[in-house]
Write a protein that binds this ligand. Structure first.
Ligand SMILES: Nc1nc2c(ncn2[C@@H]2O[C@H](COP(=O)(O)OP(=O)(O)OP(=O)(O)O)[C@@H](O)[C@H]2O)c(=O)[nH]1
Ligand SMILES: [Mg+2]
Length: 266
């Protein structure tokens, strides 16, 4: 199912406070809690903030290195999805597991022109996801594809045409930077992530669907990335809503209680 809405709320960088939970504004002006949480993780400079800007504001703009974290709220059909941007700088590393708490999906982001940024995902960031939901979905995302892949570079022209821009974007005729991380390397990492999370690879979403190469600069695969994940977390939202709305009875507990009673009376 694909549902889409245009109502988005971008929030400013958060002060780190456990009590401050982002809430989406409803039509009545009442604040609503997000239904589900997505988190972007990865080394500094890989383009996490740029990916979010591109998706939420349809722009590639100047960024400053993120301090702490920031969140954006996306309304996806009737659901509110919070997307958390985190700081890749080492000095903020300690905050990462707090941002990942109860996350339904985590986007592990690297830069296709920087091998070390892929290695860091496993060495430094994977353990931060211990606080995420048990059935958390993982996507591995290689950003800056415009620097290495002609297809990703062309995406900018197509987007500019659609937006009716008078001047086509100016860039070199073909990408010139060496691609350091191959898609197969990302696919191999996806397998190791599932093993780390003790998730059964056969029961999980296939690596081919969960490894993306994107360009925040040209918009290449950016909508595809976020909207694939939004659709994938819908079952988590529905499960959470049904748990919250219907009172449940623990059958095991009932059986246990009956047995104890019977034992007691006999
Ligand atoms: N060519 C190219 N440059 C990009 C792309 N995405 C981001 N950049 C550039 O990479 C630099 C870092 O981008 P950010 O989005 O700030 O990176 P970040 O991962 O949020 O970094 P931290 O906040 O420090 O963790 C900036 O100079 C961006 O303009 C991309 O897709 N292509
Ligand atoms: Mg940032």
């Amino acid at each position: 199912m694909k549902v889409k809405s245009n109502i988005d709320i971008a929030a400013s960088p958060l002060r780190v406070s456990k009590r401050r939970v982002p809430r989406a504004m409803s039509d009545s002006g009442k604040m609503k809690k997000p239904d589900v949480k997505l988190v972007l993780l990865g080394d500094m400079n890989v383009g996490k903030t740029s990916l979010l800007h591109r998706y939420m504001e349809r722009k590639f703009k100047e960024t400053v290195s993120t301090v702490g974290g920031a969140f954006f709220l996306k309304q996806w059909g009737p659901y509110n999805i919070s997307i958390w941007d985190t700081a890749g700088r080492e000095q903020f590393h300690g905050l990462g597991s707090m941002y990942c708490r109860n996350a339904a999906a985590i986007i592990l982001t690297y830069d296709v022109t920087n091998w070390q940024s892929l290695a860091e995902l496993e060495e430094r960031f994977l353990s931060l996801t211990d606080t995420a939901n048990e059935d958390c979905i993982f996507a591995i995302v290689g950003n800056k594809a415009d620097l290495t892949d002609p297809k990703a570079l062309e995406a900018e022209e197509m987007e500019a045409e659609e937006e009716g821009a008078e001047q086509p974007p100016s860039h070199p005729a073909s990408p010139t930077v060496l691609k350091q991380v191959k898609r197969e390397d990302a696919i191999a990492l996806y397998g190791r992530v599932l093993r780390y999370k003790a998730q059964d690879e056969r029961a999980c979403l296939p690596a081919e669907r969960m490894c993306f190469e994107t360009s925040a600069k040209t918009g290449y695969n950016v909508d595809l990335l976020f909207e694939t994940l939004f659709d994938m977390v819908l079952p988590t939202i529905l499960k959470k809503r049904s748990e919250n709305s219907s009172p449940t009875v623990d059958l095991e507990e009932c059986r246990g209680a009956k047995q104890t009673k019977a034992g007691c009376c006999s």
